[in-house]
Design a protein around this ligand. Structure first.
Ligand SMILES: *Cc1c(COP(=O)(O)O)cnc(C)c1O
Length: 451
């Protein structure tokens, strides 16, 4: 797919790096014209570590984990925060999540293996997925995973069979699709009625399946789960989902005589990808969800369940940036101006996939205004390979270091080796120190699996 035609009337925003609002990681600052994060000069870091490079502000990551934990705990003591590891996964972020007392979402055996590799307590691991293989289920249950989130009746049969064979009773949730149309992009909307995920509420299917789960040997139904989508700005969507879920819990109590003790409202809080985005705060999200659960439980006379939420993007996206080096400049008169960098759809697929927006700056010109509109394109053999389409940028020269903000979620974990591109290293920065937590791939890594 090629790029949408450039809007030649679009005006650059003349902002400097420090004027980009909520896309900036917590410790971003401009010193002597250079962008610093975690007290580390991004220009110097790019030169020593090479580019493309993923950089994470450790203070920002920890700050958001603590904000989630504390904002929920002070309003709703019986709550837990589950990090959705598919947003950004490596050993160090899992160690951080563990140290901060979070639980962990895994969506398959691979993410579980990474968690086990750092000794993440499996009792605090939740396993999701619409098609977990029998092998993945057995790996998870043998490892003592705390909750398996059932996604279908077929899966119930599998989990029940494996549990009996292993001689265990597995705690499970049922994933319900509450029919709430979240206010977000259709590709990342998951709670509406036509979805491959979960038990549909149509024709009372989910309610009837509760009977099967309650009757199945080897499983114990302890709660319900929903996840209505991602990058959601309108908090009322979460209140609507909570209403449907608590109502469903009341029906289960009334119809089956079972009071479920846990409710997991999923993730999906939106973040700032552009300087003009003003997403809801973690505190507002906590306020809306906890108030909703309290209100609706009160209305139904239900005891307050353990409440869980599963943020991914809103924990990691704004903590992460990607650094590139400018390699080629190309101006097509009357069409657009290309600034080509040494990465692209291999390290950031979101722009090619759905024209996602990002804010770039030139890290070695961070105090200069962004006076040009350019397309930051990648180095891959696809016309649609771009990181930023028609974005404001300082005038670019060969060798400049470009920093793209807000790339901490669903970039590294969706990275590929397209065109034989080794995947970037991941560096954590803090207090003036940079440490590589995932090394860059080598050429040898590219064919290491070939026989
Ligand atoms: C992806 C996902 C999340 C995290 O979503 P974000 O939008 O990144 O917060 C949480 N729960 C489930 C089941 C998911 O699939």
């Amino acid at each position: 797919m090629s790029l949408p035609a450039s809007d030649l009337t679009k005006k650059a925003d003349n902002r400097t790096a420090d004027q980009l609002g909520a896309v900036l990681p917590a410790t971003a600052e401009v010193r002597d014209g250079h962008l610093f994060i975690g007290g580390v000069d991004m220009v110097q870091l790019a030169r020593t570590q090479g580019t493309a490079l993923y950089v994470f502000d450790e203070a920002d990551l920890r700050g958001r984990m603590e904000a989630y934990r504390d904002e929920f705990a002070k309003r709703y003591p019986n709550s837990d925060i589950i990090y959705a590891s598919k947003a950004f996964l490596n050993k160090e972020v899992l160690r951080l999540a563990n140290a901060e007392g979070l639980c962990l979402d895994v969506s398959g055996g691979g993410e579980l293996a990474c968690a086990q590799a750092v000794g993440f307590p499996t009792a605090r691991v939740f396993m999701h997925g619409n098609n977990k293989t029998p092998q993945e289920l057995e790996e998870a249950m043998s490892a003592g995973v705390g909750r398996i989130v059932l996604d279908s009746r077929l899966e119930l049969a599998r989990v029940s069979e494996i549990a009996q064979r292993l001689g265990i009773v597995q705690d499970v949730y049922m994933r319900i699709t509450p029919g709430v149309e979240a206010d977000t992009h259709e590709y990342i909307r998951t709670g509406c009625e036509d979805s491959k995920f979960g038990f549909t509420m149509r024709e009372d299917f989910a309610y009837k399946c509760v009977a099967d789960v309650l009757a199945a040997p080897g499983v114990r139904l302890v709660g319900l789960h929903c996840h209505i989508g991602s990058q959601i700005f309108a908090l009322h969507s979460f209140r609507e989902a909570a209403a449907v879920m608590v109502d469903f819990m009341a029906r289960i109590r009334d119809g089956y005589g079972v009071t479920l003790g846990e409710l997991d409202l999923g993730g999906g809080l939106g973040i700032a990808y552009t300087a003009d985005h003003e997403p809801s705060s973690i505190a507002d999200f906590a306020e809306v969800t906890t108030a909703a659960v309290k209100d609706f439980c009160g209305q139904h006379g239900l005891p307050l369940p353990r409440l869980l939420v599963e943020p991914g993007r809103s924990l990691v996206a704004n903590a992460g940036v990607t650094l590139y080096t400018v390699g080629i400049l190309k101006t097509l008169p009357g069409i657009r101006k290309y600034v080509a960098v040494d990465g692209g759809m291999s390290d950031n697929i979101r722009t090619a996939l759905y024209h996602a927006e990002y804010e770039p700056v030139i890290a070695n010109k961070a105090d200069q205004p962004r006076t040009e509109i350019v397309t930051l394109c990648g180095k891959h053999c696809e016309s649609g390979d771009a990181v930023v389409i028609d974005g404001s940028l300082q005038p670019a020269e060969l060798g400049d270091i470009v920093c793209v903000f807000g790339t901490g979620a669903y970039n590294m974990t969706m990275a590929s080796n397209y065109n034989g591109q080794p995947r970037p290293a991941v560096v954590f920065v803090k207090d003036g120190q940079a440490r590589v937590v995932t090394r860059r791939e080598t050429y040898a890594d590219l064919y290491a699996r070939d026989l």
